[in-house]
Ligand binder design. Structure first.
Ligand SMILES: [Fe+2]
Ligand SMILES: [Fe+2]
Length: 626
């Protein structure tokens, strides 16, 4: 049986540990002195190991004490813990869903709307945060189920006495509407459901209880406004609507536009203006050219650029306004009937400015909010971006820069791979015949520089899929669960999918999908991928070895391993030569004392240099503005 004392001990220690870790992160992003920075990194890595052990011990103590059949007293203790963590911002997927799923049956028996809304809300949001970026349909289905459960409780809203819990209902109306009809759920029934859900929200809003109790609550107003925006964005899929749906949809947008008009909707560049002009566009009162001209004018001339020196909330609102205006322009361009050249001309008129604004958002600025916005933005803009370089730069800027540890790892892998690649190219040029269209040893030698740069870039982009892994997974302060490992392992397939749509990344597809597959093709992942079929197998083999060298000798960023030195790691490479690793490459390293020395340096002292430089890279844009 869980006692209150144990629950309190858990909460206190877990919270202290989280704060300790986030303090390190804060310092890492403000320290400019390389020496202090390296010191901090090593300290953090040590503290993380300590904290992991402590948190895990706590978790198992808690579950060991928990009764087989959970009692109402235990359920209440665990409820307080879970909701407390949630409100404190400790979004630990496994801990929160673990608690909530265990206590849910007890509360469903009791049928108290207040508890139910809170538990459904936590479950819905934790599932969505975990599964949306990896586009995991099964996980998202669970989130959607719980969002709908929250909405069901709106009939009981007057029985919920805590205003913060009532806010969850409005927030989840917004969430449900925005997930319905986005890229997971694009079918007909979803557009129907989002119309019904939006109508239900309007009725709720107009009810006496809400008008008397919640209509003046700023948070509630914000969620209802966001729900408006999300519903307005449904016009992206307007062509999927049936005739009846279109009529109901337009009616709702007309109401929205009337409300917006009453609140400054005629002021160009204001949030409400966008609603009114979109309504006019949808009903044929303005032409595509007219709406584009005015939206683009708002982006380029009217909406202020956030300076990040004053109020953060205000800056966030400005970014979001730019984001929404840009999305409207993208929607019009994508749906307008015009030749591609004309569409490109329109895109060129606002994309540089929009990209600049989103690309310059400082790293630590609302990381949790900005990462999904950037990813969503990338998906929206990608089809109309011209020039492949544009796409890669954009991707690197928007997404990679928000994953500092993946970025550092990738730079190290690129350096290690290029050292090894040079030697392999010199000693076994025949291994590269067939790579990128080369047909003979002479051609390989002639293209040595190109092949080397190909190896380096392969190192930089091999983990691109990691950028789509929920950031919560990388920020846990305990060992990862099986589900979390499984999610991380998806990075090679997710990266591959991204690379397929991106001409600049496409040549590296096989490295992206195959770098965790063993040399002999028998083990590793993904199961369905046959690395032996690849024309760039040798490059995959080099990156796979470089990846293992980096991960195995890491002393700074990973908390779950205590980094080995290179000599020790070389032994492991030799052990697995022929199965996991390409034996020829292992032999090249083994027989080259000069290369061994370089690799020892790079993975030892040199690691600090590269780490620091990578970090400055991430921070440089912020520094420009400071
Ligand atoms: Fe990887
Ligand atoms: Fe990697």
């Amino acid at each position: 049986m869980i006692e209150r004392k144990l629950a309190e001990k858990f909460r206190k220690l877990y919270t202290e540990n989280s704060v300790r870790l986030s303090d390190y992160e804060k310092q890492l992003f403000t320290t400019r002195d390389p020496f202090d920075w390296v010191q901090l990194m090593s300290e953090r890595s040590y503290v993380m190991r300590e904290i992991y052990a402590e948190n895990e011990e706590l978790m198992s103590e808690l579950w060991d004490n928990c009764s087989e059949e959970i009692t109402p007293e235990e359920a209440e203790l665990l409820y307080d813990l879970a909701i407390g963590f949630f409100f404190d911002g400790h979004h630990d997927f496994a801990v929160l869903t673990g608690f909530c799923e265990r206590i849910l049956p007890v509360f469903e028996d009791m049928g108290e709307p207040e508890f139910l809304v809170a538990i459904y809300h936590v479950l819905a949001n934790e599932y969505a945060a975990f599964y949306r970026t990896v586009s995991d349909k099964k996980g998202m289905d669970v989130a959607m189920y719980y969002f709908r459960k929250v909405i069901e409780q709106s009939d009981n809203i007057s029985k919920i006495s805590t205003p913060e819990i009532r806010e969850f209902i409005y927030e989840d109306y917004f969430n449900l509407i925005s997930y319905l009809g986005n890229f997971y759920y694009k079918d007909q029934s979803c557009s129907m459901e989002s119309i019904a859900v939006f109508e239900k929200l309007r009725n709720l809003w107009n009810s006496d209880f809400v008008q008397q109790n919640d209509a003046e609550n700023e948070n509630v107003k914000r969620f209802v406004q966001s729900a408006d925006d999300a519903f307005l964005a449904k016009n992206m899929h307007y062509d999927l609507f049936s005739k009846e749906e279109r009529e109901r949809y337009i009616k709702l947008i007309e109401d929205m536009s009337n409300r917006a008009m009453a609140e400054g909707g005629e002021v160009e560049g204001s949030p409400n203006y966008r609603i009114c002009i979109t309504y006019k566009y949808l009903t044929g009162q303005v032409t595509p050219e007219e709406i584009l001209s005015t939206i683009i004018k708002s982006i380029n001339e009217i909406i202020p650029v956030p300076d990040y020196k004053g109020d953060d909330t205000e800056a966030l609102q400005l970014i979001m306004r730019h984001f929404k205006y840009a999305c409207t322009a993208i929607m019009v361009i994508r749906t307008m009937d015009a030749p591609d050249v004309i569409k490109e001309e329109w895109a060129d008129k606002f994309l540089p400015k929009s990209m600049d604004i989103l690309g310059k958002v400082p790293y630590q600025f609302f990381t949790g909010t900005m990462l999904p916005v950037c990813a969503e933005w990338y998906h929206a803009a990608e089809p109309i971006l011209t020039g492949e370089l544009n796409k890669v730069q954009f991707l690197m800027h928007m997404i990679v820069r928000r994953q500092p540890f993946t970025y550092i790892h990738s730079r190290l892998v690129a350096n290690i791979a290029s050292l090894i690649g040079q030697e392999v190219l010199d000693t076994h040029p025949e291994a590269f015949v067939g790579v990128r269209g080369t047909t003979s040893v002479e051609e390989v030698q002639k293209n040595r520089a190109y092949l080397l740069s190909f190896i380096t870039i392969s190192g930089l982009v091999h983990d691109i899929g990691k950028c789509y892994i929920p950031s919560v997974v990388n920020r846990q302060n305990r060992s990862l669960t099986n589900t979390e490992y499984a999610t991380i392992r998806k990075h090679s397939e997710i990266g591959y999918r991204e690379a397929q749509d991106n001409a600049a990344l496409k040549p590296y597809s096989d490295v992206i999908i195959g770098h965790h597959k063993h040399y002999d093709g028998l083990h590793g992942y993904p199961l369905g991928y046959d690395n032996n079929e690849s024309t760039i197998k040798i490059i995959i083999d080099i990156i796979s070895i470089a990846d293992s060298i980096e991960a195995g000798t890491d002393t700074l960023t990973r908390s779950y391993t205590q980094g080995k030195d290179f000599a020790k790691l070389l032994k492991e490479l030799k052990q697995d030569a022929g199965t996991r690793y390409n034996p020829m490459i292992v032999e090249v390293i083994e027989n080259n004392p000069d290369l061994i020395e370089k690799l020892s340096d790079l993975t030892g002292q040199g690691r600090y240099d590269i780490c620091y430089k990578a970090m400055q890279d991430i921070l440089s844009i912020d520094a420009d503005k400071a």
